[in-house]
Design a protein around this ligand. Structure first.
Ligand code: FAD
Length: 274
């Protein structure tokens, strides 16, 4: 069975929240396994993440809050875990997180995601299903590809149940990553994170910072469309649909869509697959 899940980020205004709740309802019709909600490292979105998580649970769908350890103390994380247990949360996306540049490490007591996985297991046993991040094209700060693979294995061995990848536009990078970690004895599901293409300049900026490569043939085509957003969307839908087909045919256990709080672009791809 192919699993489906969607990522949201916490909204800043009441109007934004209202819109997001409509998006939640539209996507809920496709029976996703969960909606995940991002978290600003250092706790910058702590209350806003909680509010969206609560609104998702109220709709009767599983919410999976992200939790980032960098810039936070163990006491703070302990308190958040308790709040989530009380709310009936069963799944957490467990991350190191990224602090804004120049922010320093704050009160970080846990510096890497594997330490957060260990800490959550110590504090709450098997209550939560723990997702961790995977980087088929390598995390941008890793010293090299092999060291990053070792880091992924550390997170799995610390007690992660499953993984979601950074987005990519090259299915082979996913297949190679999965093959390598399987050979290293890790058998947890690795769900591709899918970024629909709707806006070239934003995508290019974001991809540069998170280390996701936009292949030249895609980049050149998107550049050529200029401000023609219909053509960008249409081409983006074709490219991402084709990649998702390959991923699923090649054994990917599901898809996790980075929705950017919009329903249409993710659903346009998903509907081509089912
Ligand atoms: P880690 O697995 O800890 O790895 C971080 C880096 O450190 C890697 O380069 C790794 O190779 C290296 N490393 C690990 N251990 C060691 C060690 N012992 N010594 C030396 N190097 C080491 N960010 C947010 O702030 N909020 C979010 O909600 C959020 N959601 C995300 C969801 C997904 C699915 C993904 C893929 C990313 C998300 N991010 C989020 C971004 C993520 O936090 C950043 O990519 C961050 O830089 C790394 O987080 P991580 O959990 O992968 O870190």
């Amino acid at each position: 069975m192919t699993t489906l899940s969607f990522e949201f980020f916490p909204t800043k205004t009441e109007e934004g929240t209202e819109k997001l709740l409509n998006v939640r309802d539209e996507l809920a019709a496709y029976n996703p396994e969960f909606f995940s909600v991002t978290y600003g490292a250092g706790g910058s979105t702590r209350d806003r993440t909680y509010a969206i998580v609560e609104a998702i649970q109220e709709r009767g769908i599983a919410a999976a809050p992200h939790l980032a350890c960098i810039g936070g103390s163990k006491a703070e994380i302990r308190e958040i875990l308790q709040q989530y247990q009380e709310l009936g949360i069963k799944r957490i996306v467990t991350l190191r997180g990224d602090l804004p540049s120049g922010a320093g490490l704050g009160s970080s007591e846990l510096r890497y995601a594997n330490e957060l996985v260990e800490f959550i297991r110590q504090e709450t046993g098997d209550h939560f299903t723990l997702e961790v991040a995977a980087y088929p094209e390598m995390h941008p700060q890793a010293s090299n590809f092999e060291a990053d693979l070792q880091n992924f294995v550390r997170k799995a061995k610390a007690g992660a149940n499953s993984a979601i990848t950074q987005y990519f536009f090259n299915a082979d990078s996913y297949f190679y990553f999965v093959e390598r970690v399987r050979a290293m004895g890790v058998d947890i599901p690795i769900i591709p994170g899918i970024m629909p293409i709707t806006n070239y300049s934003k995508l290019a900026r974001f991809s540069d910072s998170c280390g996701a490569e936009i292949p030249r043939w895609i980049r050149k085509q998107l550049e050529a469309y200029g401000d023609d957003s219909d053509s960008i969307r249409q081409f983006g839908e074709e490219v991402v649909t084709d990649m998702c087909k390959r991923l699923l045919e090649g054994g990917a256990p599901g898809l996790h869509f980075y929705t950017m709080n919009q329903a249409k672009a993710s659903l346009d791809v998903w509907k081509n697959l089912v």
